[in-house]
Design a protein around this ligand. Structure first.
Ligand SMILES: Nc1ncnc2c1ncn2[C@@H]1O[C@H](COP(=O)(O)OP(=O)(O)OP(=O)(O)O)[C@@H](O)[C@H]1O
Length: 245
């Protein structure tokens, strides 16, 4: 469902993402971990077709995100970092706008918006302008737009960032429910989230993949059996300099 080969992004002499390759199958929830600046968001943006890679390819359901971008985006729901655009729109107006862009009309458009509002528990704020919402609610509006078309592939950049413990629990439960029929990638700094929802985890450091395995197998890489210790051990020694000579 997701196939990345040799994905690389350079900003001038700086290599943000360095020859990253991996595949994600239906039913997998891949946790994408790494320290600040490791290259997670840049990889996800390239995977979602929002940023052009310097080298390498990304395919969603067999469609190249650069050369067959419309078909790839049809199969993809993407939650970028931060709050949704169009802050002056109400939650419902924003979701109706996204649904129209996705090609829905009439009753089906209304049904799609109602379902997304329900899945993300946003019915109570549907008439509120997005800019007046708290951080956690804005995050859920972003999540709602990514789910509107019930895509087979979800790329979620820190989906639980800013959510209170109850909402974190609900979003994790939602991801868990959707998992069997989709391929899902989530980036997170919350390592307990990996055990809670991920079937597999990739650790990226210095723009490179430094570990890729099931959470239980990764935990065995440190005598303590704690993912936090594995993460620190692996990511505190970056593989190489990211600045070209
Ligand atoms: N447009 C850009 N121009 C120059 N450098 C950039 C640009 N976008 C990202 N970078 C750099 O690329 C590196 C990777 O950034 P990225 O946002 O992908 O990291 P991240 O792993 O998502 O970090 P965080 O966990 O802090 O969100 C960082 O050093 C960042 O400053």
């Amino acid at each position: 469902m997701i196939d990345i080969q040799g994905l690389t992004k350079r900003f001038g002499l700086f290599t943000a993402v360095d020859d990253v390759s991996f595949q994600v199958a239906r039913g997998e929830v891949l946790g994408f971990l790494g320290p600040n600046g490791a290259g997670k968001s840049t990889t996800m943006r390239m995977l979602a077709g929002f940023m052009t890679p310097t080298a390498g390819t990304a395919r969603i359901c067999g469609h190249d995100v650069q050369t067959d971008s419309v078909a790839a985006r049809r199969c993809l729901g993407f939650l970028p970092e931060g709050a949704p655009n169009y802050p002056e729109m109400t939650v419902e107006a924003f979701l109706r706008f996204v649904a129209r862009v996705r090609g829905y009309r009439g009753g089906e458009l209304g049904d799609r918006v109602a379902r997304a509002l329900h899945l993300t528990t946003l019915e109570g704020v549907r008439q509120q302008p997005i800019e007046t919402l708290s951080k956690g609610f804005k995050r859920r509006v972003g999540l709602a737009q990514s789910l509107l078309h019930d895509p087979p592939v979800l790329i979620l950049d820190e989906p639980t960032d800013g959510l209170d413990p109850n909402q974190k629990h609900e979003v994790r439960a939602l991801i868990h429910r959707m998992a069997p029929t989709k391929a899902i990638v989530i980036s997170t700094h919350i390592l307990e989230e990996v055990d809670a929802v991920c079937t597999r985890a990739i650790i990226i450091a210095g723009g490179r993949v430094v570990a890729d395995d099931k959470p239980g197998a990764l935990e065995k890489l440190h005598p303590s059996g704690r993912l936090e210790d594995v993460f620190r051990q692996i990511t505190q020694t970056p593989p190489s300099s990211r600045i070209a000579a």
